[in-house]
Design a binder for this molecule. Sequence first.
Ligand code: ATP
Ligand code: MG
Length: 430
Amino acid sequence: MSYQRPKGTNDILPGESEKWQFVEETARLLFKDYQYSEIRTPMFEHYEVIARSVGDTTDIVSKEMYDFYDKGERHVTLRPEGTAPIVRSYVENKLFGPEHAKPYKVYYTGPMFRYERPQKGRLRQFHQIGVEAFGSENPATDVETMVMAMEFFKQLGIEEIRLVINSLGDKETRQNYRQALIDYLEPHEAELSEDSKRRLHENPLRVLDSKDKRDKQFVADAPSILDYLSESAKKHFEEVVKMLDALNVPYEIDTNMVRGLDYYTHTIFEIMSDAKGMGAQSTICAGGRYNQLVEDLGGPETPGFGFAMGIERILLVLDAEGVVLPEFNQVDAYVVNLGETTNIEALKVVQAIRNAGFSADRDVMNRKAKAQFKTADKENATLVFTLGEDELAAGMINVKAMATREEKRVSLADVYESFATIYDEMTKGE
Ligand code: ATP
Ligand code: MG
């Protein structure tokens, strides 16, 4: 009997996991510069937390939830996204209190779960890196957060990307637009997909987000939400646009973009990749403002802004753009050890090097000299030490700097007492 991983999941193996670490580390460093701190919430939540915030009529809640009743008959679900859990946590832990920084800025990284049809860039367990900023209404927050996302991709070496924005306005905007959209779609009702027929009166904005061909033909000519913005929503959006211009950040406005989650208000955005082969999975980052969500989950009136990026899709884009990532495999010293009696000494040498704060490796497979040198090469060793029985008897060890091919004999005592000095001398000429 042999087993396979569940459909729509991946094993992230060595060779691949280094790329994940690089992506995550780049995000951590950049987000820190923007004063974000990490938050970690549970992988599962009460079903209601997600249903209420993401929205009952969305695909995520109506079709894609990994929800179940636990042994205590609690209705729980694996988290399909990061924002709702964080808002739940923000309210529960009273992070809006006077002792906390304002705006309150957090980032997260981890797995999300959606029961989707698996395809390239679309999985059932996928991973997101995201941020949330609570407490600022200022359009400057919208802009600096979108710019941070763009900057992140630039730092990774991704170039062919576009920022696409739209506004969903406020409550008043949505009420007016909702009616206009229903008026526009009703004459076509019979031609819409089953989902959209149902959603037309429940939540007509969802029709715009449909991926079904039958719906898409009507979306292009749908009324633009920007024509229905309330005075204050219009002002907010104009400020966002003005600030993007002030920073010389290129963007497109897509008046049909509505996003797949109900909690958004005002600015929404996506970052799309134009790299070849991304197909329908070209959105690598998506987010926006959610000024009602904290209140909806029982907290005080608090505006929010955030985004999430799909790590799997980012890696596909890095690949598609042919970005060369930094060399991950590198060891400061490799200790080739030959003959039966050198085993203990080789152990002492690598441990001494590690204790000195350097990375070290050695052969533990009793390989022949040639194979050991090959391993040292594969591991990109900066220095290669060679310990044979003759050297051991003399209390010496050979060392070679791989970059310069310079070679010499040093005493084992020197390695134990001052490895750093040997390292500095041998690598000086590089
Ligand atoms: P899509 O329209 O592609 O289904 P979405 O609107 O459902 O995306 P969000 O919920 O906003 O996406 O998630 C933000 C980002 O997370 C997406 O832009 C994408 O990069 C990534 N993502 C979402 N769902 C998946 C998935 N099933 N597999 C891999 N990545 C995903
Ligand atoms: Mg989706």
